[in-house]
Ligand binder design. Structure first.
Ligand code: SAH
Length: 196
């Protein structure tokens, strides 16, 4: 079947860190994603002051954008370089502190307090550590997760959202036999079974 060719592909944490070191970050975009602009109303649903989660956040510029709109942004990213580049590229002062519940993890927080980026693996997080979210912007996240970890990722994400939350998910459609990913190809039917 279509998805067979990518099923066993694994990108290790070390490989991600190396991509950041080498500047091999074609996934990063300087301009805010047009689909977030288009579906912003769906994400916010008339609400203000939301807690919005950015899984596998990289240095996504949309975090600054939503924070400037008055929301509180939380991201998670394994590359400390990415996190530091985010704050420096937006000239945001920040402080850095350990996360007592997760050995080796650090939390980087803007001095204004509305952007908190956890530097650790997303699989180390739980709602007892980061709380629950009203909204999720999942771009370059589910599609970057190794296919063997998708179920675990989706279950974790479901455990991190409030009942009345909105979850925006961006996926990519292409022939998985022609590109090894990431981003990985995820059929619509699999997304339905992952998120229900
Ligand atoms: N969402 C971002 C980045 C997409 S690339 C954007 O839209 O630009 C995927 C990112 O996930 C990379 O920055 C990589 O370093 C990070 N990553 C990979 N595995 C991770 C994990 N297990 N936990 C946290 N971050 C991870």
């Amino acid at each position: 079947s279509d998805v067979e060719s990518q099923k066993d592909r694994v990108v290790t944490e070390e490989e991600w860190l190396e991509k950041w070191e080498m500047g091999d970050i074609g996934f990063h975009k300087e301009v805010g994603h047009p689909l977030l602009q288009k579906y912003l109303d769906v994400l916010l649903n008339g609400r203000s002051g939301l807690r919005i989660f950015f899984p596998l956040c990289g240095k996504a510029v949309e975090m600054k954008w939503l924070a400037d709109m008055g929301h509180s942004v939380v991201g998670v990213e394994i590359s400390e370089q990415a996190v530091k580049e985010f704050f420096s590229e937006h000239s945001l002062p920040y402080c850095e502190e350990p996360v007592p519940e997760i050995s080796g993890a650090k939390m980087f927080q803007s001095t204004s307090g509305n952007i908190s980026l956890y530097c650790c693996s997303i699989y180390d997080l739980s709602s007892s550590i980061v709380g629950k979210f009203d909204g999720v912007w999942d771009r370059g996240a589910l599609v970057a997760v190794n296919p063997c970890d998708r179920q675990r990722y989706a279950s974790l994400m479901i455990s991190l959202v409030e009942k009345n939350s909105s979850y925006l998910l961006v996926t990519v459609s292409y022939d998985p036999n022609k590109h090894k990913g990431p981003p990985f190809y995820i059929p619509e039917s699999e997304i339905k079974s992952l998120f229900g």
